[in-house]
Design a binder for this molecule. Sequence first.
Ligand code: PHE
Length: 360
Amino acid sequence: MTEATGYPDLDALRARLGQIAELDADGVERERVAVLGRKQGALTALFKTLPSLSPEERGPFGAALNRVKAEFEAALDARTAALAAGAAQAGERIDLTMPGRERWLGAEHPVTKVTREIVDIFRSLGFAVATGPEAETEWLNFFALNFPPNHPALDLHDTLYLDVGDRPAGDDDPEREHGRILLRTHTSPVQIRVMQAGPPPYRVVIPGMVYRADPFDPSHAPAFAQIEALAVDEGIGMVDLKATLTAFAHRFFSPTTPVRFRPSYFPFTEPSAELDVECQICHGSGCPACKQTGWMEILGCGMVHPKVLENAGVDSEKYSGWAFGMGPARVAMNRYQLPDIRLLYGGDMRLLSRLGGEAS
Ligand code: PHE
């Protein structure tokens, strides 16, 4: 505090400054009104006397008033801050029984987790991971895989083409002979890419996104994940396919999970099959998720068609192999008992945090 002002009224007022440090929160407010209040404030009253003073008196007295005003403001603010700090320290205003703020816990997406587990199992069986582009040529997505040119999968209704129009005359784009560019409809074109990159043997597992012109419904999505695998060597037969896939299913689900192979058709495998495992929801007794069959289809597979080997530059007299393509979303839906594939899209935190414990 500075020395006396020389004005008795002001000095009397300043005597109150010393008590401010003892006041409680209500006392601080009362003192603020009593000294600085617009209507009743003691200091305000002294300000109001200024116009009645002579110009010579007015200047010094006004300056003294302003200094004292600043002193009160500083003292009152300091006490308010000290009270708040003290209250926080003493825990007076903190309700320790109040629940804490919940934080969102990150978790691996169910499809990502299932994909990682599946890829890990194949890695432990000696498979390497390979990937390919999502924008693919018509040649690699279809024709190298032995699809006939009139196959319905090529239809605009099923395949999302990135450039539908004819290429301009005289176009010397090196991709020209490879047909139109499309969003790959399966991961199978990566089989060809792997085989073109070097000589056999091949043992690869290929995770990736694929696209089809399907509308969203409970069991379809226009963009979904696949995991492909390809094994090519001398003397590989159907028994290798069945043994590997059975071993995989027993590792991924359980050592006693029943599996079955059903005959099927794909242009790029011959013979072809579908692998079913016992429904993980009803364990075989039949439920809506497995349409009362007790089985769930998890992948398509087969022996690589000799024409596909030849299209990729592999001698089909010397080498043979098998391939499969699997939908990890299907597997995740069965494992986590999800009734609708759309739950896996859009990042709904309620689903992801419900699975968080398991999926992390
Ligand atoms: N590419 C097939 C599909 O998308 C799956 C498959 C892959 C089938 C490899 C056989 C061999 O449905």
